[in-house]
Design a protein around this ligand. Structure first.
Ligand SMILES: Nc1ncnc2c1ncn2[C@@H]1O[C@H](COP(=O)(O)OP(=O)(O)OP(=O)(O)O)[C@@H](O)[C@H]1O
Length: 266
């Protein structure tokens, strides 16, 4: 199996002259879990829009599934969650929003109903299904938007900051749903907190819109100088153990840090 998304030499300049992406070449392989991290304004959302086929780059090209450069031809295989949940919620009720994708894909009524019920239960949306989406709180809207993207089980998820507005409990649920997704996941986020829990590989977008690093999650997240040069904070556990443990042993998550400390005190 080749890459599900292969981008070559992507440069994007907005009409006002802002260069948001600079010569980005990247291949995302089938089944990979990748995080794209970078400071505010580095170009993550622009990269997501270009990889998702929603914005035409000023230079360079994207190929999908080794088959086509036309994102519309594979629209039903790409689950693109944009930063603003309002972009997904346009039907009369939350239920219709979540059913929209499955209905478009011709999923049977029964399967679609089951899928909506499962996601609503996981994301605490059951009592909100008959509400108009504009009458939801920020976190509720985000949960509904995540449900509507997961509902049609796309091969590739391109998720821009899906945890932003949700509380810690729902962040865990979304993390589990993303982890359970059978396919490729690309997560765009300005915060490295949840990254080691969901991905194997990390791309760093530098402040000039170029790719500043691309490597295994441990290599990138323990390179504190690289992260800081690119306007990012290392994970809290890496900061805590910086200079105390070797990069190979630094815990990347709180649960690993706790296990390490328990070991030490035993
Ligand atoms: N429509 C637009 N017109 C002009 N410039 C834009 C537009 N959208 C984004 N930009 C600029 O392009 C650059 C990259 O923006 P982008 O939204 O891709 O960054 P980001 O990494 O997603 O940021 P954040 O973490 O704040 O979401 C920034 O300098 C931004 O100001």
């Amino acid at each position: 199996m080749g890459p599900v998304i292969e981008a070559r030499g992507l440069t994007h300049e907005y009409p006002d002259g802002t260069t948001a992406l600079r010569d980005v070449t990247v291949a995302i392989e089938a089944g990979e879990r990748v995080a794209v991290i970078g400071a505010n304004g580095s170009g993550k959302s622009t990269l997501q829009l270009v990889l998702g086929g929603l914005v035409e780059p000023t230079a360079g090209a994207v190929e999908y599934f080794g088959e086509t450069a036309d994102a519309e031809a594979v629209r039903d295989r790409l689950g693109v969650l944009l930063q603003d949940p309002d972009d997904y919620l346009f039907n009369t009720t939350v239920r219709e929003d979540i059913e929209y994708g499955p209905a478009q894909l011709g999923m049977s009524r029964r399967a679609a109903t089951q899928r909506v019920a499962h996601l609503a239960a996981e994301l605490g949306l059951e009592s909100l299904l008959d509400r108009p989406p504009f009458r939801l709180s920020g976190g509720e809207k985000q949960r509904a938007a995540v449900a509507s993207v997961l509902a049609f089980e796309p091969d590739v998820l391109l998720l821009d900051e899906p945890f932003g507005a949700v509380d810690a409990g729902y962040r865990e649920r979304i993390l589990e749903l993303v982890t359970d997704h059978e396919g490729t996941v690309v997560l765009f986020t300005p915060s490295v907190d949840v990254v080691p829990e969901v991905v194997d590989r990390v791309l760093v977008v530098g402040q000039d819109g170029s790719i500043a690093a691309d490597g295994p999650v441990r290599d990138v997240l323990t390179d504190t100088a690289l992260l800081r040069e690119n306007g990012l904070q290392p994970p809290a556990t890496v900061q805590l153990f910086e200079g105390i443990l070797d990069a190979d042993d630094v815990p990347l998550t709180v649960s690993d840090a706790r296990a390490h400390l328990l070991d030490e005190t035993r």
